[in-house]
Design a protein around this ligand. Structure first.
Ligand SMILES: [Mg+2]
Length: 235
């Protein structure tokens, strides 16, 4: 029986693309690049191509999170053929990201609905400080009992060790009787990443709801939704 809900943040609760656009624009302006809206769209396409490939490499264990941060903006600048200090842009981008909080459609309504029914937790491969700050800025932090962030947990989604630590954290957090364990089948993971969120949680024995905006299909997810509002029909 589902007793706990574990939620991904980026592109599940907060619109990472909208947040990233604002933050990248700030980093570009710092380097003297004031891009038109169309040019910024092009730049962001490059950003996401590079960024997605780096996060995939981290999920596969090929590079570390620090490796992403060291490579990301230098690679993007090179691909976009723009001069600039990529390391400095990375710092500005992440500083701005601490407070960038554009909600995904229906995210607040979903949190209100779920909060009345389940203890809610967040599972993210980003840092605790960043996700805490952004959820706070979005007015969502109060709904979340605890944030499990991979840097603090010591493993990243989809590593089973990450999900194991989440269960331990939930049990420690006082929602259970003393000594009672939280089992994988007590938890549903909701996220947009088929690999990190869904396949990872399913392999660990959790229930899964895949947010697939493009309507993709998979046998890995127990349920698939195109929009967050559909989750009320499941939970
Ligand atoms: Mg995500």
């Amino acid at each position: 029986m589902i007793r706990y809900v574990l939620l991904d943040v980026d592109d599940t609760l907060l619109d990472f693309r909208a947040c990233a656009r604002v933050c990248a624009d700030a980093a570009l302006r710092d380097q003297g690049h004031t891009l038109s809206s169309e040019a910024l769209d092009d730049f962001m396409q490059t950003f996401h191509t590079v960024n997605d490939s780096l996060w995939h490499r981290m999920e596969k264990g090929e590079i570390t999170r620090e490796g992403i941060f060291a490579r990301r903006f230098p690679m993007i600048l090179e691909a976009a053929e723009l001069p600039g200090n990529g390391r400095r842009m990375e710092r500005i981008f992440r500083r701005e990201l601490q407070v960038a909080a554009v909600p995904v459609d229906g995210a607040m309504e979903l949190l209100e609905y779920l909060h009345a029914r389940y203890p809610l937790y967040v599972a993210s491969n980003a840092t605790y400080a960043q996700q805490h700050g952004r959820l706070e800025a979005a007015g969502m932090r109060g709904y979340i009992r605890e944030i499990f962030a991979s840097a603090q947990v010591g493993a990243s989604k989809p590593d089973p060790q990450f999900f194991r630590k989440c269960l331990e954290g939930m049990a420690d957090e006082g929602m259970t009787e003393a000594g009672e364990k939280v089992a994988p089948e007590d938890v549903v993971m909701i996220g947009d990443s088929l690999h990190a969120d869904i396949e990872g949680a399913a392999a660990f024995g959790m229930h899964t709801i895949w947010l697939s905006r493009t309507g993709g299909e998979t046998v890995s997810a127990e349920w698939t939704v195109k929009a967050l509002c559909e989750i009320k029909n499941i939970l």
